[in-house]
Design a protein around this ligand. Structure first.
Ligand code: WQD
Length: 347
């Protein structure tokens, strides 16, 4: 009997790739998603991709009673918690919505999971918890000092998890995975980044320019202290990211951690600037993309780069895919999404 793993946000960009990786590793995902940022058609495409029927509950993680009932029906040995709002700009405009959903929802979820018997908890955190720090690369011992409400909710969710699993008699162990910049798509082109609202991130915005949904890419500043003046980030292929979640789960289930809570960076340690990402897309497309230079975006830092060594040492995981694969897979997914008319309709 395969271990059931509860995956909140399982129909989302990271979540859907985690569901595939879990199936490939012999786990049975139980998806919980309130469809706030995912199309219903993702489920059917996940079933096509994995060749198995999926268990999915349309449930909000703030519904404590609903979670309790679900966990009685679906006893899970592990939890991968991905459900959260994640737009930095929106979190500044609507902080209470972010605290209620991200933090309140996590308290409800962790409480229900622990009450149902507990187990291995893998939590989706973010490099945003480091805030504006001038250190390269970023390692896990750096202070957590987020500089926006979204990052604050991630830091608080880490703390909530840490305090819960450290409490006397706790029945769960927790691993927080601090993502750097996820990008790309599964090479089947059945799942990929598919934001319901206007995207804020570089990759989906470049794709919009490439498919003609957006006239040009605005480069947010070229006066940073970086090799070509544009922002430098640590892009990590979403399939590598998903596989890291499975490794984290296996480490916890296998008793690999003496301490109840650990936070680990998920990145590649390889820097790419905005202009390098654009050039990689232009090479893939065989044509240039219209770009305009704009002012720096508030809150942006010059460089965000992971020190990926702790995840390698503690999980036996390192990213295997580079920028070219992220671009090729993102572009293949864009072609499929448009062929299905995904981006022309409200699914
Ligand atoms: C990357 C680079 C921009 C758009 C954010 C969140 C973080 C995480 C990942 C959730 C920067 C530049 C972007 C554009 C541009 N999300 N850029 N023109 O800001 O590093 O991280 O997404 O966990 O929490 O903060 O990613 O893709 O928005 O920006 O020039 O139209 O691209 O200035 O240098 P970011 P991003």
């Amino acid at each position: 009997m395969a271990d059931k793993i509860l995956v909140t946000g399982g129909l989302g960009y990271i979540g859907s790739h985690c569901v595939v990786a879990l199936c490939e590793a012999g786990f049975e995902p139980v998806i919980v998603d309130n469809h706030s940022n995912a199309r219903a058609s993702v489920l059917e495409r996940l079933e096509r991709l994995t060749g198995r029927s999926m268990t999915c509950y349309d449930l909000d993680i703030r519904n404590r009673a609903g979670l309790e009932t679900l966990l009685q029906r679906e006893p899970c040995s592990g939890l991968i918690h991905l459900a959260a709002f994640k737009a930095v700009g929106e979190s500044v405009a609507r902080p209470l919505v972010y605290y209620d959903n991200n933090v309140g929802g996590s308290v409800s979820l962790f409480d229900a999971f622990e009450a149902a018997g507990g187990g291995a908890i893998v939590f989706s955190s973010s490099a945003t918890v480091y805030g504006e720090v001038n250190a390269e690369p970023l390692h896990e011992a750096l202070p957590v000092q987020p500089n926006n409400p979204y990052g604050q909710t991630k830091a608080m969710m880490e703390q909530v998890l840490a305090d819960m699993v450290r409490a006397p008699g706790a029945r769960s162990q927790g691993l927080a995975l601090r993502y750097f910049n996820p990008a790309g798509a599964h090479d089947s082109a059945l799942i990929g980044e598919d934001p319901k609202d206007q995207p804020n991130n570089l990759f989906p915005i470049i794709v919009q320019v490439a498919v003609g949904q957006r006239e040009s890419l605005t480069i947010f500043g070229e006066d940073y202290d970086t090799p070509d003046g544009t922002g430098v980030r640590d892009y990590i292929h979403v399939v590598d990211l998903a596989q890291a979640h499975v490794k984290a789960l296996q480490a916890l289930l296998g008793g690999g951690f003496e301490v109840p809570f650990t936070a680990l960076n998920l990145g590649t340690g390889t820097p790419y600037s905005v202009r390098e990402v654009v050039s990689a897309f232009e090479a893939e497309l065989g044509r240039s993309l219209l770009q305009t230079l704009g002012p720096r975006r508030p809150g942006d830092v010059a460089t965000l780069l992971a020190d990926p060594r702790a995840a390698a040492e503690q999980l036996g995981w390192t990213a295997e895919r580079g920028l070219e694969a992220m671009v090729t897979d993102a572009w293949r997914w864009a072609g499929a999404a448009r062929q299905w008319g995904l981006w022309d309709e409200d699914d």
